[in-house]
Write a protein that binds this ligand. Structure first.
Ligand SMILES: [Zn+2]
Length: 597
């Protein structure tokens, strides 16, 4: 059965505590100012349980508010750690048009702190709650911001004020809001992350779908804790009258019978980033077409049940995340360790019963494609194939440490933003280490999140001798956030800074040869090296496009001359040190490298 109660059956100690969305019968959602006013009232009425802080400022100058909630006034990470409490970060409004998490959060905090409905919910858990992550996007409210969605009357805009989608920004960290979030994350080091959204896409019976990262992306301890959580909570959730499913990414939006597949996620997303930080995470997607009150209640119940479950046994979560951190640190001592960078769908599907709706498919003369129309009055089950499991695809052997030359401030800035431990060298240092030579770059042809991403390149490893300027950094891998550093710095990682286009300039030759000069150079090179002439003639024979380009014919020689190679076009600036090379460095490593920090 679907949840049908639009007004939750909350027992109010006083109707004064009705939230703005409840008061409006979920036709509207409150402004940020009204949201903060309500939260401030809660703090004033229950100062020992609710505490508000500002953790950042948006590009338009608005304060970013976080609520700390705890049964006994544990409001700092130090106190939480000392008391062995689990820290759970719940965030709403990273996409502020998908705002049920905000209104559910206000109700749940009230029912924890004021009404006595769940007074013991946070005895052993500290809840860190962001009511609205994208505050500027939330202020940019309009009835027209989400064409696919059924209310509330007006809703926020998907991009923040600089038109960045915060749920693609976790690794590249361009937005000031994301920089603030990363600081909050490092301060609290939450044990579990919950990120609340609403879907787009297909219509079906479920009022909520959820996603956790594939076990192959997680430490086994974290994967198994996460599995246990959903195994325990989801049946209890159904008993409350909800109908939930794993995240539904249809292979073909025109025909749900063709099956579902894992959407892939990745470190640019909240749950993918948490995985790199050795943490379990849950993506909640309420269904866009269910009435707004149903969506709010769907989040309210799921978050309450999750918190209650963690509150019963915080030690299990703490043990899992502690082990995951320790495992990443210990991996640095294992030269045979491999780290997967990319994942592919397991080609073997499982079977899945989709609780969908009857639908029709007609040919459209507008799109010249199939037009699918659902009939939400006719529930229907479909047995479909489910390609939900992932397998590691491309893997690398991590180095003992990375070296980032001082001039690559854009890289060092990101390492710092992610709280990665490193040591700066304070004198020039000449070293030989493993580098990457990158060639044949190809870029995307349109902008994505303000970047022309590097799509493709060839890669070869090559030893390189460099003289590092003072201020260059050594990044050891025996640290708990090593996987974040690997994602940033390994060229082939899908969200590497290279892929995001921050290093595009390395592919630009800054000098060129005039044809009149290259004519002479070519003849000199052939005279010295007859084999080169054979190679040239073979290429003329095998490659008609080459043969047709006088420029390419001359550059064949230029690119093989010291005039070109001196420019080191495609030399990836980040180097990799093995354990022996790292030990020989006359640099002491970060003291925080060995422990959680
Ligand atoms: Zn979303």
């Amino acid at each position: 059965m679907l949840a049908t109660a639009c007004v939750p059956a909350t027992t109010f100690a006083s109707t004064n505590w009705i939230t703005p969305a409840e008061a409006a019968h979920f036709r509207t959602t409150p402004s940020y100012a009204d949201t903060l006013t309500y939260l401030q009232r809660l703090q004033k009425a229950a100062p020992g349980k609710i505490h508000l802080e500002t953790f950042g400022t948006t590009p338009e100058g608005r304060p970013m508010t976080v609520v700390i909630a705890s049964g006994d006034g544990t409001f700092t990470p130090q106190a939480a750690r000392a008391a062995h409490k689990a820290v759970v970060l719940v965030q709403a409004g990273i996409h502020p048009g998908e705002i049920a998490g905000k209104d559910a959060g206000l109700m749940l905090l009230r029912d924890f702190a004021i009404t006595g409905k769940y007074p013991h919910l946070l005895d052993h858990v500290v809840l860190v709650y962001i009511p609205v992550f994208s505050v500027d996007g939330h202020a940019n409210s309009s009835p027209y911001n989400r064409i696919n969605q059924n209310g509330p009357a007006s809703m926020g805009f998907r991009g923040q004020s600089q038109y960045l989608n915060l749920n693609r920004d976790y690794i590249k960290a361009d937005a000031p809001e994301m920089r603030a979030w990363l600081k909050l994350w490092q301060t609290w080091q939450p044990n579990f992350l919950v990120d609340v959204h609403a879907t787009d896409g297909a219509d079906y019976q479920y009022d909520l779908t959820w996603y956790t990262e594939d076990p192959h992306k997680l430490d086994p301890a974290v994967a198994s804790w996460q599995q246990q959580l959903t195994d325990t909570v989801m049946p209890a959730y159904d008993k409350r009258g909800h109908l939930a499913s794993i995240y539904l990414e249809f292979k073909d939006g025109r025909d749900p019978r063709k099956g579902i597949a894992n959407f892939g996620s990745g470190p640019r997303f909240s749950t993918g980033y948490a995985a790199l930080q050795n943490r379990p995470a849950l993506l909640i997607e309420t269904h866009m077409l269910k009435p707004y009150g149903v969506r709010v209640k769907a989040v309210y119940d799921l978050v309450e049940l999750m918190l209650a479950d963690i509150n019963r046994d915080p030690a299990a979560l703490l043990a899992a995340t502690h082990k995951a951190d320790a495992d990443v640190i210990a991996r640095a001592d294992n030269p045979a360790a491999r780290v997967p960078l990319t994942f592919k769908l397991d080609p073997v599907p499982t079977s899945y019963t989709l609780k969908g709706y009857a639908f029709s498919q007609t040919h459209s003369d507008i799109s010249n494609d199939i037009w699918i129309r659902y009939d939400p009055h006719t529930p229907r089950n479909y047995t479909i194939q489910n390609w939900n499991r992932l397998l590691p695809d491309l893997s690398i052997t991590p180095p003992a440490a990375y070296v980032v030359p001082a001039q690559w401030t854009v890289i060092i800035d990101r390492l710092k933003a992610h709280g990665i431990a490193y040591r700066r060298i304070d004198h020039p240092l000449t070293m030989t280490a493993q580098g990457y030579q990158l060639d044949d770059p190809r870029w995307a042809t349109r902008s994505f999140e303000g970047h022309l991403m590097l799509r493709d390149f060839t890669l070869a490893t090559a030893p390189r001798t460099v003289t590092l300027a003072p201020g260059s950094v050594i990044v050891p891998m025996d640290q708990r956030a090593a996987n974040v550093a690997i994602e940033l710095l390994e060229p082939q990682a899908p969200d590497s800074l290279l892929h995001w286009g921050y290093l595009n300039a390395i592919f630009e030759a800054k000098e060129y040869g005039e044809p009149r000069v290259l004519e002479k150079l070519a003849r000199e090179m052939i005279a010295k090296n007859p084999a080169l002439k054979a190679e040239f003639e073979k290429k003329l024979h095998d490659d008609p496009a080459f043969a047709a380009s006088s420029r390419a014919r001359l550059e064949f020689f230029y690119k093989r001359s010291p005039w070109y190679t001196v420019q080191r076009v495609g030399a990836y600036p980040v180097l990799r040190l093995n354990a022996a090379e790292l030990r020989q460095l006359p640099v002491s490593l970060p003291s925080s490298g060995r422990g959680p920090g």
